[in-house]
Design a protein around this ligand. Structure first.
Ligand code: NAD
Ligand code: TYD
Length: 361
């Protein structure tokens, strides 16, 4: 980073789960300021950023990545050396109920953001132009679903998205790629597996199960619970993004994963066993007794697995956490931060739970 004139990064979606963790980690390790642009949808929570209150290195702006005037003004004012795009609609089940917002933010929003960034970048002095990066945070779900014996997803796999969410992310990845090939914008794309960790909104499997277990409610498993995901601790995803930003080759994509393939039922049983040890139920029974099999998700992808060896080989990244260490940290965090969970359980959250699971979950 030495010698770069510009010393600010613009993060979008930094009040969400991964973006929030990224901003907190970034400012714990560096004094480079962060401008944080977030629309504060149901998934964005300022309480996640409360530790940064009064910290001059963090500038929070409520706004939409699709709002050209807003993004143009931020770029002109703060002159960042990089933009990291976390902002997205991110929940598969919500994309099935209502895909419109996914197209609005993930596709049209990314397009507008790319256009604003292109205008800013083209006008930079040569040295700053060469050093500039646009890092797009994406998902392994763009590659579709694997059969049990298939090799994990490599960066060369064909895109075969199956849900409105993954299709909208695939579309955004294509736009990012095209802005590099056509206009020369120095882009980097990361495709990561399922994250878990602190500040994870309790609509996704792991935080939902922790929340429902503690509330004495059913733990809903879709279908037979044998769908496989690769799980990565969010802090390890953040370190991968920092490393790609620092040393990734413009125009390249990097898969990020934890070498932790697990069936959903196994994940839920591990959470129950950990909670049994850390906070036993009053009646002495296991939390696993609350497991309930519910109707499967339409078009549910059977298996994701990711080959992150390019990132490891080329940039020397590797995850610090195993699934066992990461899930324990996560559960301990939720036990110690019940006030955060309560603060994000707005009326909108309760409406979602009623729509998706009926009144009982
Ligand atoms: P999240 O839903 O927790 O957070 C998204 C954030 O973006 C929220 O703060 C929201 O307010 C903000 N946002 C939404 N629309 C916006 C808009 N139009 N303009 C500005 N801000 C907007 O999501 P997350 O889990 O933190 O995921 C972050 C990124 O990482 C997403 O792009 C997602 O596709 C990708 N990703 C997530 C995972 C995962 O397991 N969660 C895995 C791989 C990749
Ligand atoms: P999720 O956390 O929504 O992530 P994604 O769909 O992006 O992988 O779901 C993880 C897995 O858990 C997925 O296979 C769906 C399943 N699942 C359940 O079985 N029950 C639930 O209540 C939820 C939210 C997810």
């Amino acid at each position: 980073m030495k010698g770069w004139k510009r010393m600010t990064i613009l993060v979008t979606g930094g009040a969400g789960f991964i973006g929030g963790n990224f901003v907190l980690d970034w400012l714990a390790q560096s004094d480079e300021p962060v401008v944080n642009l977030d629309k504060l949808t149901y998934a964005g929570n300022l309480q996640t950023l409360a530790p940064l209150e009064g910290d001059a290195r963090h500038v929070f702006v409520r706004g939409d990545i699709g709002d050209r005037a807003c993004v143009d003004a931020l770029l002109a004012k703060h002159q960042p050396r990089a933009v990291i795009n976390f902002a997205a609609e991110s929940h598969v089940d919500r994309s099935i109920h209502g895909p419109g917002e996914f197209i609005h933010t993930n596709v049209v929003g990314t397009f507008q953001l790319l256009e604003a960034v292109r205008g800013y970048w083209q006008a930079l002095p040569q040295a700053d132009k060469a050093a500039f990066r646009f890092l797009h945070v994406s998902t392994d779900e763009v590659y579709g679903s694997l059969a049990p014996q298939d090799a994990p997803f490599a960066e060369t796999n064909r895109y075969e998205p199956n849900s409105p969410y993954s299709a909208s992310k695939a579309a955004s990845d294509h736009l990012v790629r095209a802005w590099h090939h056509t206009y020369g914008l120095p882009v980097l794309t990361t495709n990561c597996s399922n994250n878990y960790g602190p500040y994870h909104f309790p609509e996704k499997l792991i935080p939902l199960v922790i929340r429902n277990a503690l509330a004495g409610q059913p733990l809903p498993i879709y279908g037979d619970g044998q769908q496989v995901r690769d799980w990565l601790y969010v802090g390890d995803h953040c370190s991968a993004i920092r490393r790609v930003l620092e040393a990734g080759r413009p125009g390249e994509t990097y898969n990020v994963g934890g070498w932790n393939e697990k069936a959903n039922l196994e994940v839920v049983n591990t959470i129950c066993a950990t909670l049994d040890a850390l906070k036993p139920r009053a009646d002495g029974q296991s939390y696993a007794n609350q497991i309930t099999f519910v109707t499967d998700r339409p078009g549910h992808d059977r298996r994701y697995a990711i080959d992150a060896s390019k990132l490891m080989r080329e940039l020397g990244w590797r995850p610090a956490e195993t699934f066992d260490s990461g899930i324990r940290k996560t559960i301990e965090w939720y036990l110690a931060n019940q006030d955060w969970v309560q603060s994000v359980e707005s009326g909108q959250y309760r409406e979602w739970v009623a729509k998706q699971y009926g009144e009982t979950a």
